[in-house]
Design a binder for this molecule. Structure first.
Ligand code: AMP
Ligand code: GLY
Length: 423
């Protein structure tokens, strides 16, 4: 098969690595791809939001299957554009991707179908939100309704902070049109777990669990980022939690979407919080998580293209997912200053150390190829993943591998997987 992957981050590199292993893959293309993906794929310079360009390429090259990585094209309807042209594509249609595109939609869905989540209210004007916040309990969580690069969530400890938060989101429009509506949510405490699941419109099969580290600094301090590291599996995701979620969260969400005429095909990402009252949904994403994918896919035994095909054909119930009985840890190497100001263009040395080393991966995120070198080209530069027989060994291996790579202004968290010691 000829396969096209849309996207060019660490997530898409991990998908490309897995797709390249499939016995069904003859030729792999990525748009726009990155320097790391060139190892397995031909990268073509078409942007992820250039739907006409992407579809024209797929038509011309007779691509058999396209896989979409990022949220923006999914929420904007890239799947619909491909399907209108009879091009085979893996991902949710626009009307299903809204589960990530609008937090108000996803909260209303959970409420209507009794899927456990934090209590909430939705507001269309800053005045109404502020008036509600006068009497609400604190801390409180403010969420911009739309897509905001994972950054549109503010946790406010006081009424004053919350008032400022409403201004930031709804008046200053720090997250653009995503802040036209606001969700105000009850603050919850507990362990966070991410579960990615394959969906075929009717059936849902969860993959192994993972945990992200969203804050920039050690000890979960600093600003929220796109993710500074992950580990898989989560020791807190027990059999009981899994059984509860399969019944009351995963299948319940699939059934709810179907009942709304929004059958979900693709990857559904469940951001869960394990609270004292049981697991609750923090958020849904309509795609693979980043950097969760960088620890989940290296542990997957299945031929991933077969699973993608089953999702599109509606035959997922015939598939049994299988993961290695090991663990993986991913440490993000970032540019100092991320997620705020940082410099780019520094030469990256040591990537050759990963070649032919089983169980070690350097997934590229913000990199660029110049004539004969690879240079830094973003806030998050590389995802260094290693496997091991258990989480502790995987963490030791991953941190060891971070030392093989050098570039100026290299920054990472030193406590990825600290929770493992508390398990
Ligand atoms: P989200 O993008 O909705 O997952 O939110 C980003 C992060 O904010 C989550 O990973 C949590 O750490 C935190 N968060 C979101 N909603 C809540 C909540 N209701 N209570 C506590 N923390 C939350
Ligand atoms: N790791 C969280 C996300 O992909 O949004």
């Amino acid at each position: 098969m000829k396969i096209l992957i849309i996207g060019g981050g660490g997530r898409e590199h991990a998908i490309a690595y897995k797709v390249a292993q499939s016995k069904l893959t003859d030729q792999l293309y990525c748009a726009p791809g990155n320097a790391g993906m060139e190892e397995y794929a031909v990268c073509v310079d078409i942007g992820v939001m250039d739907f006409e360009g992407l579809a024209a390429f797929a038509q011309k090259e007779k691509i058999d299957l396209t896989i979409v990585g990022p949220d923006d094209p999914l929420v904007a309807g890239v799947v619909d554009v491909f399907e209108e042209r009879n091009l085979r594509i893996f991902g949710p249609r626009k009307k299903a991707a809204i589960i990530e595109g609008s937090k108000a939609f996803s909260k209303d869905l959970m409420k209507k179908y009794n899927i456990p989540t934090a209590a909430y209210e939705t507001f269309d004007t800053p005045e109404a939100a502020v008036s509600y916040l006068e009497t609400s309990a604190y801390p409180v969580v403010l969420k911009a309704d739309g897509l905001a690069l994972g950054k549109g969530v503010l946790i406010c400890n006081t009424y004053e902070e919350a008032k400022l938060g409403v201004k930031t989101i709804m008046q200053d429009k720090q997250f653009g049109a995503a802040g036209d509506r606001l969700v105000v949510e009850e603050f919850m405490t507990g362990r966070e777990v991410s579960v990615l699941a394959f969906c075929d419109g009717t059936n849902v099969i969860p993959m192994t669990s993972a945990q992200d580290h969203k804050r920039a600094k050690d000890g979960d301090q600093g600003l929220n980022t796109g993710g500074m590291g992950t580990f898989s599996p989560s020791p807190f995701y027990t059999k009981e939690v899994d059984e509860f979620c399969k019944q009351y969260v995963y299948q319940a969400t699939m059934d709810a979407m179907k009942a709304e005429g929004r059958d979900f095909t693709g990857i559904l990402f469940f951001g869960l919080m394990l609270t004292d009252q049981g697991p609750k949904v923090l958020e849904y994403n309509a795609r693979f998580g980043d950097p969760e994918t960088q620890v989940v896919l290296p542990r997957m035994k299945n031929d991933i293209v077969e699973v993608f095909e089953a999702c599109i054909d509606g035959t997922l119930k015939d598939i049994k997912l299988d993961f290695e009985d090991n663990a993986a840890v991913c440490v993000i190497l970032a540019s100092a200053g991320y997620p705020e100001q940082y410099e780019k263009g520094f030469v990256i040395n040591g990537l050759e150390s990963f070649r032919e080393k089983e169980g070690y991966y350097a997934f590229h995120a913000g990199t660029k190829k110049t004539e004969d070198k690879i240079v830094t080209n973003g806030g998050r530069v590389l995802g260094i993943t290693a496997t091991g027989k258990d989480l502790k060994e995987a963490r030791k291996n991953a941190y060891q591998a971070t030392e093989w790579v050098t570039f100026e202004n290299k920054y990472m968290r030193n406590d990825i997987g600290r929770a493992i010691d508390e398990a």
